[in-house]
Design a protein around this ligand. Structure first.
Ligand SMILES: [Zn+2]
Length: 69
């Protein structure tokens, strides 16, 4: 029985460790995402809350799809 309890402890410790690693990974990823600025898109001229390099997300998506840089 004691051995089972140890296994459970290990399992929950492992799960907690995994969760904290995942959280760290997500945080690191989020930190890399550019904040973006609000303003007019240089591509379409539409106002957008989150311009990255002066380009709105629909235009960025379009560029990504067409491979246009
Ligand atoms: Zn745009």
């Amino acid at each position: 029985m004691i051995k089972n309890a140890d296994n459970l402890d290990n399992a929950s410790e492992l799960a907690m460790l995994e969760a904290s690693i995942q959280e760290k990974f997500i945080r690191q990823k989020a930190a890399k995402i550019e904040k973006g600025l609000s303003g007019e898109c240089i591509e379409c001229g539409e106002f957008n809350q989150r311009l990255i390099s002066g380009i709105c997300s629909p235009c960025r998506d379009f560029r990504a799809k067409t491979g246009h840089r």
